[in-house]
Design a protein around this ligand. Structure first.
Ligand code: ADP
Length: 476
């Protein structure tokens, strides 16, 4: 079957977070399930030039002419919406070079959704999808445009990657983006008197999914639902959780070109060479008998790194060291830089975004910290499992679904893969760090935890099958 994916980012073309990893990985993963997926993205500056064999295509719709560029990267077919006035500019996908959100984001992403709906209904260049997979608020209006513009439409699966980003705008944008009042209802696009893009996706799609079973359940509670828990409870019959995977070819310690030493379950000792390279890169002097902790993360409240700042004294008292890579909120960046200045040789911080360095960190770290307050799925803990870098994670969302705590029973059964702690609690994080250091000193025990992690499936196989099943269930 044919499925059109609609999203605001996808590797390898444009990425700000896990959404891009997922959208970019699904086409290859689904090919094995008999699903042919094409990905529709905004044609941000410079993207079309990176496609293999790019070719312009025109789509005539009842509301106007749409220009697109089709092309591929490897086996993945992309369609880029060629609307220079909306997408061809310096800066990121959502914000300008000054870090402020683009003022016309509702127009930019409503247009993406409207084009997606037109392709869904009429096909493009002879290719007609049987179903649509719309991702996050940027594609949330797609089912609204299907209802507004088209009589016959394929079914839509809408996936929530993070409910914190809702795309809620003033009612005034309604006519500017091409929608009528008709859908401004409680079970339509209306959200607190304005237009809710994410809300529309949840309310109007045939099926709704999120990126872990744990997060799917959490979203139906006031604590995590961020105002949409009632609607999600109302739609609970069509809501499900499908865990994200990682690209196990791109993330493979046995072949990773970013690593000085490659390794597998039988050659874990090789990790020591990567550890030394990582320590050198961050000017650290890690003790042999205490863990070198790593963090690779956006620096935001969600990720709980303020809690890590509070728990740093505990980390240092275990004899451990910390290498952190991330960027985000200035307050957190400053706090972390300050900690590194105060503890040279023990805490190393690199502010920025660096894919290659993130591979070296996974290859050389002993344990990866993910102290999120909430986490829809989380990818870095999966990378940790894949690299024998033991995940130390908050017990929330997808983190709790993917890591098995190294308690006594789990260790005896040989199934422990990491350490879990209560979310949003610096003292609990400090205790987890202490527990990790104690586990690390028991070398055979630690190696058993690493190997259990290496054996944990983190690829896309199971989830690709689950998505394919969802598409097929929706097919009319
Ligand atoms: P989120 O999407 O909320 O940021 P995820 O854990 O789902 O969190 O995905 C984050 C992705 O971004 C992972 O692939 C992670 O390795 C990557 N990442 C985050 N920050 C950085 C950084 N500073 N440098 C390199 N990669 C990063």
């Amino acid at each position: 079957m044919k499925v059109l994916a609609v999203a605001s980012e996808a590797v390898p073309l444009v990425k700000t977070g896990g959404l891009a990893d997922v959208v970019g990985a699904l086409p290859a993963a689904l090919a094995g399930e008999g699903v042919e997926m094409r990905v529709l993205l905004p044609g941000y500056r410079g993207l079309a030039a990176r496609l293999e064999a790019p070719r312009p295509v025109r789509l005539e719709t009842a509301w106007g002419t749409v220009d697109l560029v089709l092309g591929r990267i490897g086996a993945c077919e992309f369609a880029l919406v060629d609307a220079p006035g909306l997408y061809d500019r310096d800066g990121g996908p959502y914000a300008g070079p000054d870090g402020r959100d683009w003022g016309d984001n509702p127009h930019r992403f409503a247009y993406l959704a409207r084009v997606g709906a037109a392709i869904a209904a009429a096909g493009l260049d002879g290719w007609r999808p049987d179903a649509v997979h719309a991702h996050d608020w940027q594609a949330g209006l797609l089912p609204a445009f299907l209802a507004e513009d088209h009589a016959h439409a394929p079914p839509v699966l809408f996936t929530i990657h993070n409910i914190a980003f809702q795309g809620a705008y003033d009612r005034g944008v309604l006519t500017e983006i091409g929608l009528s009042d008709r859908l401004m209802t409680l079970d339509g696009i209306e959200y607190h008197g304005g237009v809710g893009f994410l809300k529309a996706g949840i309310a109007l799609s045939d099926r709704v999914s999120t990126v872990s079973p744990g997060y799917a359940a959490e979203l139906m509670t006031p604590e995590f639902g961020m105002g949409l828990d009632g609607l999600l409870r109302h739609r609970s019959g069509v809501v499900s959780g499908v865990l994200n995977g990682i690209d196990t070819h791109l993330w493979d310690p046995a072949s990773d070109p970013a690593l000085p030493a490659r390794y597998g379950p039988e050659t874990l000792a090789e990790k020591a060479r990567n550890r030394a390279a990582l320590a050198e890169r961050f000017a650290l002097d890690p003790a042999a008998d205490a863990p070198l902790f790593i963090v690779v993360s956006r620096l935001t409240w969600q990720k709980g790194l303020d809690l890590l700042l509070e728990a740093l004294a505990a980390l240092l008292s275990t004899g451990g060291t910390l290498a952190l890579l991330g960027s985000g909120e200035p307050g957190l960046e400053d706090g972390l830089r300050g900690a590194a200045r105060a503890h040279p040789g023990r805490i190393g911080v690199e502010i920025g975004y660096d894919e290659a360095l993130s591979h070296l960190m996974l290859g050389g770290g002993d344990a990866i910290l993910v102290p999120s307050r909430f986490e829809p799925c989380g990818l870095t803990q999966l990378m940790g499992l894949r690299y024998g870098t033991v995940p130390v994670v908050a017990r929330t969302g997808g983190l709790a679904d993917t890591v098995i705590d190294a308690n006594e029973a789990a260790r005896r059964a040989g199934v422990a893969t990491g350490v879990l702690h209560a979310p949003g609690d610096a003292a609990a994080l400090a205790r987890a760090i202490g527990r990790t250091a104690a586990l690390f000193r028991d070398r055979p025990g630690w190696a058993a935890i690493q190997r259990a992690g290496l054996g944990h499936p983190v690829g896309w196989e199971a989830s690709a099958a689950a998505y394919a099943a969802l598409y097929r269930q929706m097919r009319p």
